[in-house]
Write a protein that binds this ligand. Sequence first.
Ligand SMILES: Nc1ncnc2c1ncn2[C@@H]1O[C@H](COP(=O)(O)OP(=O)(O)OP(=O)(O)O)[C@@H](O)[C@H]1O
Length: 252
Amino acid sequence: MSNALFQVNDLRVDYGTKTALEHINMTIHKNEVTALIGPSGCGKTTFLRTLNRMNDLIQGCEVTGDIMYRNEPIYHSKMDVINLRKQVGMVFQKPNPFPMSIYDNVCYGNRCQGVKDKRELDRIVVESLKKAALYEEVKDRLKDSALSLSGGQQQRLCIARALAINPEVLLMDEPTSALDPVSTAKIEELIVELKKEYTIVIVTHNMQQAARISDKTAFFLNGDLVEHDLTEKIFSSPKHKKTEDYITGRFG
Ligand SMILES: Nc1ncnc2c1ncn2[C@@H]1O[C@H](COP(=O)(O)OP(=O)(O)OP(=O)(O)O)[C@@H](O)[C@H]1O
């Protein structure tokens, strides 16, 4: 399809002698939310990290096969990895604000890229906080430490920081697993809102969350991609018995 953003072809990932993923083929389309589900250790996080080459940072991790992003092979030696990570941002499981002000956190990446103009930075901070549905809660205390925010606010701040550098894709690794139900609901609402503008790939252990917010779901098991389909199909009439067993809670 023309709006394919990632095309994953026969991907394999090894950590030393341990094969974490094998024979993975998947297409991810623009403005879709894709949920990656499966039991612990099945390779979800490993897969997520291949999409912006975060695995490069792990010693002994070897990736074969290829992933096309906007028709460019991201594992090609000529790939500009810094630029790739600007376009494919990441939000982690535990909120990880830097020990600095809310304002400085949001525009950290922009400053690293050389943006110095105060008005431009102000604009980026306000816009990113609004997109992350946090602005109203922090607009009067932008100079306060980010560490003074609640866990849920900190996670939305991390989303704002990722959005500030204007990515096309957001990778999220269990972004709500450390949060209470109210903060989780806010992040879920936010994800549904963000998909109008961004493409989102999210790892989740929460089946209801996958069902609520994703368009497509990919079920991994022991390093295999068992099934990847429309979320409503995966949850109502999966093709594979193993998928059904997992989503109905028979294992995992
Ligand atoms: N840095 C590493 N070094 C060696 N093995 C690793 C490393 N990271 C992951 N693995 C192994 O690769 C496999 C896949 O791990 P991965 O973290 O991708 O699974 P996951 O599905 O995200 O698990 P969880 O749901 O528990 O986070 C596991 O067997 C894991 O032990």
